[in-house]
Design a protein around this ligand. Structure first.
Ligand code: UDP
Length: 237
């Protein structure tokens, strides 16, 4: 497969065309941003870790009945994926209170939630990704009711599969963000990435943060946290 012209450059990934119209190559960068792009930096080794972790998890999810955009890993940082049109929503699933939920509802970080919470944010940098509900989504035509039903079903499936998986490596899955896309034949699939950039991972014993919050909150030990997650997942760097 040929890597052709760059189609898009985002905050953490570049996307390239290929010689096949329905496939693209994503190329993961070490660049990190937070506070909606206001804070910038690099996390050495992040691109490779996020690429390999995402691919590993996506393949596991496929086996558990969640369709994904994953096709083939072609290098430490590059993966062939199905070309999709992204549903303009950040789908957030929470098991334990943290981050913006703790702030908004005044609940201390680390408080377990009685059942998983799904939240939707409209992907729009200029508006700081405002939270929306199913009524806004239907009214604006961002996704159909059928797609939203599938998104919620897949999101909860991803949550239960990942909770179980991370528990085995002594990691608590606090919350995470998913994105979905629609392929050329109209199939809804899980897209984007699942990594320490997009999940909160706490050591299950010490509650130490093993994710991008270390960068967002200037806690230090950022690279080390990504490397520790890679180590627990037996990802070779
Ligand atoms: N998240 C993300 N991208 C975003 C916003 C959030 O990947 O633009 C993830 C974040 O890593 C966390 C979860 O979604 O695992 C919930 O984030 P929250 O709403 O608490 O936002 P934050 O406190 O990070 O601003």
């Amino acid at each position: 497969m040929k890597k052709l012209e760059q189609l898009y450059e985002g905050k953490a990934k570049k996307v390239f065309a290929t010689d096949q119209p329905d496939l693209v190559i994503v190329d993961y960068k070490d660049d990190a941003t937070a506070l909606n792009g206001k804070k910038r930096g690099t996390i050495k080794g992040k691109g490779a870790i996020n690429n390999m972790m995402t691919n590993r998890l996506m393949q596991m999810l496929e086996k558990n009945g969640v369709p994904t955009h994953f096709v083939e890993e072609i290098s430490d940082r590059e993966t062939v994926v199905k070309k999709v049109s992204i549903v303009p929503l950040e789908v957030i699933i929470r098991n334990v209170a943290a981050g913006s939920l703790s702030k908004r509802l005044g609940i201390p970080e680390g408080t377990p939630l009685r059942k998983p919470v799904i939240e939707y944010c409209y992907k729009c940098d200029e508006l700081d990704d405002p939270m929306v509900n199913e009524y806004h989504i239907a009214a604006m035509g961002w996704a159909t009711d059928e797609q939203m039903k599938l998104i919620a079903e897949y999101a909860l499936k991803v949550d239960s599969v990942l909770i179980r998986f991370f528990k085995e490596i002594n990691v608590e899955l606090i919350d995470f963000k998913l994105e979905f896309g629609v392929t050329s034949d109209g199939t809804l699939v899980l897209a984007d990435e699942i990594s320490p950039d997009t999940c909160r991972f706490w050591d299950a014993t010490t509650h130490e943060k093993l994710d991008k919050d270390r960068f967002r909150r200037d806690m230090g030990g950022v690279e080390e946290a990504y490397i520790e997650m890679a180590r627990r997942l037996h990802i070779e760097e």
